[in-house]
Design a protein around this ligand. Structure first.
Ligand code: GDP
Length: 470
């Protein structure tokens, strides 16, 4: 494959058929939207819309007040008063003619408006049909289309911001730049080998290695950033561990800012895993307050302890709690032993009655230890910072491009592996031809990332996860 082919874009246009869907969530609301897209969108809309100007006569981005009537029924009944907004291709979300009806937010009314639009000639849109058309019509790359879905389902401020960055094309810009660097290497090879008589600057092994290493560094950064991306999108799983009565539930309540866990002086009251979702500096953290890890004869409590152990193994970070007002005992040491090698933040609690207990911190020997009082909040800010820092979510560049899903990760890591192969081949003294083949494979993987050169199956898979009307 030569460079001309690498730069070839795979663009399959949408078929232009006219489809419609309700774009707003179910339930009562001031406004509900029915949207129509496709070559006949405006004509279809005109068949159901009356009491205002013909929509066909309006320009793009023009709104008209009117009514919707039933179509295909014996009598044309009025369904709702609406505002119709017209978009003319290519200046619309999908790149096609589009009409949006702003109706009253009532599920029955919206269903009747949609029925009427379908009777007038539209088909019901499939999941993600609108964004899929935007992608097929070159309005956005595949990673931007994925960002639309991420933005809709994002919870914490951080996941909203990273999805917004991707939607604005920050990640796409980075991969495009890497792609250009690879294409540059391939173009140089091509010119040099295909036109030896031309005065093409000879590529030395050293200059080629320099370029490949630069490419590898940028790809590696994206590969490593995937874990951060997952944490931001899915939330950080944080399991609280510690023997009963050390203050786990109180710490959880302090972090959550509300009474979501059972707090009691009787050991073993927190019998099962209690969950809470909190936002720490814009990052969603899923807290699991486990039954204190202890031997118990009580069947129900045993089950809770077992679930606690499982949560420990699946956690991104473990918040290990110890009571600073008492000397450590065997159970504390057993828990510390169990957590060896895990990503742990230790909280030495009850600072208000124990002070900074340096001995306990020293004995425990964890890298991250914070002295806190869950009761009066002392040290809790530092604890929050340590939790974020333990999962690499502090002091990061908030606008750094981040890979967010399996599909994107698979493309980037494939490109990274191909460049590694190219570097290894060059080091081993293999011919430049072999290096070129590896570089081209890396470029293909990146082309698939942005949606150029992807199969229909991949496109369908991506959009099947969208909701209808999106
Ligand atoms: P858990 O079994 O580990 O979840 O412990 P709890 O959160 O139920 O707390 C056990 C007892 O310790 C309760 O009486 C809490 O009020 C008390 N406690 C928790 N944190 C603190 C603290 O920071 N200082 C003091 N003095 N008491 C605390």
């Amino acid at each position: 494959m030569k460079t001309e082919k690498i730069n070839e874009k795979y663009v399959k246009k949408s078929d232009g058929s006219t489809v419609a869907a309700i774009a707003t969530p179910s339930g009562e609301g001031a406004i509900g939207v029915v949207r129509i897209t496709g070559d006949d969108a405006i004509s279809v809309a005109d068949r159901v819309f009356f009491g205002g100007k013909k929509l066909r006569e309006l320009g793009g981005y023009c709104a008209e007040y009117g009514k919707i009537k039933t179509v295909g029924t014996e009598k044309n009944e009025t369904v709702d008063d609406v505002v119709a907004l017209v978009y003319c291709a290519p200046h619309s979300y999908t790149g096609e003619d589009m009409v949006e009806f702003f109706c009253h937010g009532n599920d029955r009314i919206l269903a009747r408006v949609l029925n009427s639009v379908v009777s007038a000639g539209a088909e019901i849109a499939g999941p993600g049909e609108f964004t899929k058309r935007a992608f097929l019509n070159g309005k956005m790359s595949l990673s931007q289309a994925e960002a639309v879905m991420e933005l809709i389902s994002a919870k914490g401020k951080s996941s909203i911001e990273t999805a917004r960055d991707r939607l604005e094309g920050r990640l796409g810009k980075e991969t495009d730049e890497i792609y250009s660097m690879i294409a540059g290497v391939c173009a140089h090879f091509a010119a040099w080998t295909d036109y030896p008589e031309e005065d093409v600057e000879e590529m030395t092994k050293q200059s080629l290695m320099g370029e490949l290493l630069k490419i590898k560094k940028r790809l590696e950064k994206l590969v490593l950033g995937y874990e951060t991306g997952k944490l931001i999108s899915n939330g950080v799983k944080c399991t609280l561990a510690g023997k009963p009565n050390v203050g786990k539930s109180t710490i959880m309540n302090a972090l959550a800012g509300e009474d979501c866990s059972i707090v009691s002086e009787t050991a073993g009251t927190t019998r099962d895993v209690v969950e809470a979702e909190v936002s720490l500096d814009g990052v969603i953290m899923k807290l699991y307050d486990t039954a204190g890890i202890r031997e118990s004869d009580n069947e129900i409590e045993k089950m809770g302890v077992e679930r606690a152990r499982k949560k420990l193994y699946s956690a991104d970070v473990v918040l290990a709690v110890f009571d600073g007002s008492k000397p450590l005992d065997d159970r504390d040491l057993k828990i510390a032993e169990l957590l060896k090698g895990k990503n742990v933040v230790a909280a030495v609690n009850k600072k208000d009655i124990a002070g900074n207990n340096a001995d306990i911190a020293k004995t425990l020997g964890f890298k991250r230890i914070v002295s806190v009082s869950a009761l009066n909040g002392d040290g809790m800010d530092e604890l929050e910072k340590e939790l974020l820092s333990a999962v690499g979510l502090i002091l990061r560049d908030e606008h750094e491009p981040i890979v967010s899903n399996e599909r994107q990760y698979s493309c980037i890591s494939r490109a990274d592996a191909c460049i590694k192969e190219a570097i290894d081949a060059l080091r081993a003294g293999v011919t430049f031809d072999a290096v070129e083949v590896c570089a081209q494979s890396a470029a293909e993987a990146l082309a698939q990332f942005s949606g150029n050169n992807v199969s229909e199956d991949v496109i369908n898979e991506v959009f099947s996860k969208f909701c209808v009307g999106n």
